[in-house]
Write a protein of this length. Structure first.
Length: 217
């Protein structure tokens, strides 16, 4: 009976950790990728939204968020990266890891989201990899931040503000919730302010007006 309880406890802990890590990744990445998909890759709002929803589904229900976070943990151990390691090395690690992960994951996500243009998929994937140079570090930082805010793991990174670190668990969890709400609002704002490519194309098409001819000509 004790073994069953221990097993159930481990499963619960793993599920909680998976949910926290995945939420951290999506809160940081969703508005960012929504912006470059619609602005850099030239995707329509519809395809971009489908891609973000598909990515969220894969992350939560197919375990891709867990795979990214656990893969990052293993990679950090392999390269001997710790919380106390200087941020320059942590930046190099997280950008390289994020680029490699995007190379594998991005093409099937765009294809499953409705894109059949190989050039569009290549640009989206390439942009995702290049953008890892900018976004890889914040993505990894988001995981460490949410783990600390939710009480999963303590964050001891040099750049982690002491003013946040000293807050009570209740305040930290409130901050985590506000970050998620802010990410959702920001993503909605990006789609609202970004012209839909398919709409713009339709506006540019010449309008054919059928005129009435009383003689039937």
């Amino acid at each position: 009976m004790k073994k069953i309880r221990n097993l159930a406890g481990k499963i619960k802990d793993n599920l909680v950790g998976h949910f926290i890590d995945t939420t951290a990744l999506l809160a940081e990445s969703t508005p960012v990728y929504a912006a470059f998909e619609t602005k850099l890759a030239g995707m329509s709002d519809e395809i971009s939204i489908n891609a973000r929803l598909f990515a969220a589904g894969l992350s939560y229900f197919a375990g891709m968020g867990w795979a990214f976070a656990r893969g990052r943990d293993l990679s950090r151990k392999l390269f001997k990266i710790k919380d106390e390691t200087n941020e320059g090395l942590q930046y190099s690690h997280d950008t390289g890891y994020c680029a490699a992960f995007n190379l594998v994951l991005a093409p099937p996500i765009y294809y499953a989201s409705g894109s059949r243009d190989l050039t569009e998929i290549a640009i989206g994937t390439g942009a995702a990899m290049v953008f890892s140079l900018v976004n890889g570090w914040p993505l990894g930082y988001s995981v460490d931040l949410f783990r600390d805010l939710t009480g999963l793991n303590e964050c001891n990174r040099p750049s982690y503000p002491d003013i946040i670190k000293r807050q009570t668990p209740r305040i930290k969890k409130t901050l985590a919730g506000l970050l998620v709400i802010g990410a959702i609002a920001l993503t909605a704002g990006i789609y609202a302010l970004t012209p839909d490519q398919s709409v713009e194309v339709n506006k540019q098409q010449p309008q054919i007006v059928e005129q009435y001819d009383p003689q039937g000509k």
